[in-house]
Design a binder for this molecule. Structure first.
Ligand code: ADP
Length: 375
């Protein structure tokens, strides 16, 4: 790191410069004023002896010397003393500033030392708050706030990596076990080969889907949001695209839409909304019902997605937005879900300055509400 001039030194130099300028102007002004006073008093002293000066005799010149020289000498002495005093003032002022700025900056050094102790292992450490109520207090509070957010993000990433590894480990273990079992057979039959291959294929497809979903989720971090998106048209398209799935389960799909335009990314938003509607189909009952209702509240477009499915317990309402979280793992897995759909929905909606949550849906089923600011 480039080592620049310290804040303490900078403060001292600036103050010293100011002090020097002020001392010089004050001294110059004093010397000039003193010289004027001396020359007036010199003239007055000389005029007092005017009769002597009427005729410029040798005596009068002696008088001039008698009164004039001490006055000039006094002026010189005053100038010298002023200059010396100026020099001393600047030196003492600079030294004092150096000492005082050191005292004033002591809390900053303390803060910096405390910050230096925080690293990956001590991420939960916080710096002691300054009770002074000044800028340092605000700085330490802001720093602690930033650390809270960073720690949360770091822990979320860790949980995510662990869950992703776990998800990938399961199909890999299944594949390995199948191959090990086949190896144990002295002469495996064609049927056993075919069965093993089918399992390997199924598990590899599962891993491919998982990796695709992971890539989708990481793509959420960088997408453009400069487009105007028609939410009502988007919901209609989603309904059409998923109609095959609904038909399979004989699910009725009703829409009550209003015109809503928002600024964002149509592709990502469609994926986000589609995930919720797809879940409403996946976790619905045969001959169930899905309703999508749109209303406008001030400058917010609210989209309700209501289904008559198995429902979500109150205590799990926030958990289901966590990556890889599934209420019923085996059931969700059999439907091809890795538990990443709603995590992606949440990320996308929040990127559009919106919210997504679950509200009570009596007597059965789930009710999602998505709020997005209108363009
Ligand atoms: P998945 O791919 O498993 O569906 P999601 O992230 O989309 O992953 O959903 C997470 C979990 O939330 C699902 O596994 C399911 O248990 C639950 N869930 C989501 N939507 C609904 C719904 N409409 N009704 C009941 N449960 C739901």
């Amino acid at each position: 790191m480039k080592k620049g001039i310290s804040l303490r030194m900078r403060l001292t130099l600036i103050t010293s410069l100011l002090l020097t300028l002020m001392c010089i102007s004050f001294t110059v002004f004093s010397i000039q004023s003193a010289n004027e006073i001396f020359s007036i008093s010199e003239a007055q002293s000389y005029n007092m002896e005017e009769p002597v000066l009427v005729t410029e005799t040798e005596e009068s010149l002696n008088d001039y010397a008698e009164y004039g020289e001490p006055v000039a000498a006094d002026a010189d002495t005053f100038s010298n003393v002023s200059l010396i005093f100026m020099g001393i003032s600047i030196v003492i002022g600079t030294l004092l500033m150096y000492i005082l700025s050191g005292i004033a900056l002591k809390p900053v050094r303390k803060l910096s030392k405390e910050i230096e102790t925080i690293d990956k292992e001590t991420l939960s450490n916080r710096i002691a708050s300054f009770s002074s109520g000044d800028e340092l207090n605000k700085l330490s509070n802001s720093f602690n706030g930033m650390m809270d957010r960073l720690q949360e993000a770091f822990e979320r990433e860790q949980r995510f990596a662990a869950a992703a590894a776990h998800e990938l480990k399961t199909p890999l273990t299944v594949i390995k076990t199948e191959i090990d079992v086949l190896e144990l057979e002295e002469e495996p039959s064609d049927k056993e080969y075919i069965e093993c291959l089918a399992i390997v294929k199924k598990q590899s497809n599962r891993m491919i889907d998982l990796v695709k979903e992971l890539m989708n989720l990481s793509a959420v971090k960088e997408f453009e949001q400069e487009y105007i998106v028609d939410l009502d048209k988007m919901v209609q398209e989603i309904g059409q695209e998923l109609s095959v799935l609904m038909r399979d389960k004989d699910i009725a799909f009703n829409m009550n839409l209003i015109s809503c335009k928002i600024k964002g990314n149509g592709v990502m938003l469609k994926q986000a909304l589609s995930n919720v509607v797809e879940n409403a189909i996946k976790y619905n009952i045969e001959h169930g019902k899905i309703e999508v209702i749109m209303i406008r509240v001030d400058k917010i477009c609210e989209i309700f997605i209501v289904d008559t499915g198995i429902g979500i317990p109150v205590e799990k309402k926030t958990l289901i937005f966590e990556p890889f979280y599934r209420l019923d793992k085996s059931r969700a897995r059999s439907m091809g879900g890795a538990g990443l759909g709603l995590a992606l929905t949440k990320e996308v909606i929040e990127k559009h300055r919106g919210t997504v949550e679950i509200i009570d849906n009596n007597p059965v089923g789930s009710k999602f509400i998505i709020k997005l600011p209108i363009a």
